[in-house]
Design a binder for this molecule. Sequence first.
Ligand SMILES: [Zn+2]
Ligand SMILES: [Zn+2]
Length: 311
Amino acid sequence: MSIPSGARYRIGGVEFAVVSDGTYWYDAGAVFGVVPRVMWERVAPPLDERYRIPLGLNCLLLRSRGKTILIETGVGGKPGDRDAATPAEDGTLLTSLAALGVTPEAIDIVVNTHLHADHCGWNTSVAPGLDAPVPTFPNATYVMSSAEWHDATHPNERTRATYLGRNLEPIAERLTLADGEHAITDEVIFAPAPGHTEGHSSVIVRSGQEWGIYLGDLAQHRAQLERTPWVSGLDVLPLVSMETKKRLMDECIEAGALVMFCHGPYPGVGRMTRTPEGFRKWEDVAPLAHEHAEGEDHGHSHPHPHGQEHA
Ligand SMILES: [Zn+2]
Ligand SMILES: [Zn+2]
């Protein structure tokens, strides 16, 4: 299969690439929550035979102030990580980074918007010949909110299926726990965006007059970004999530901010706009042309200006 890794974008002076950990198949009813199926099936992609929809696993690789930063680490590749979720050969984050010439050792900072299993799987991995998981990125510190770390390490009956010790315990000595807003660099700001979980955060990239936002799990489908009451069934604080969404989407529309969407179809980058009737609308943004691409475009003479938009 082809490895989606080449989509590059720029916010002011910060260039970044979207790297994917493949596709995550998840129960469509859980994603759309209380929204009736007759409404969401008009906008959802085709379900598989187990009533699951495909979700992207778009992570960001960016460089800022001399730091190499990886935002989100997908489902992972350890034993058990992908069995229920999605095919093992689909765990492409490390190969996607390698295609850009980036080794695990080169990552200085890993950022987790929250610690659900589809966002932090590659935080750790099991090396050949070893039994126990170790940090995948041996030189990295891991940034997350202190509330999220607390909740993930004290799971309840509902959350323990997704807060997995194997993604968390090996990195316990390498944490930067944020209380409130936290500047990773002066261009990359980790900021609370509660609702999906209490400690859920987004990442704002700001340079010059421009900014963009990596949403984390503010939504799993673009229709949820467009429609205010469409709140994910996975959110633990759905009304808080709705208010966070309204606030962030209004700010993005007003500023023309770039929106980086974890679970959208690759590369999941767009802008929120407003229709003449006043409705919010997602518009895809094409990657930059491949003028800086190095060694990744074999046998592929044309750039791919429109990404892969199938939804
Ligand atoms: Zn989540
Ligand atoms: Zn998710």
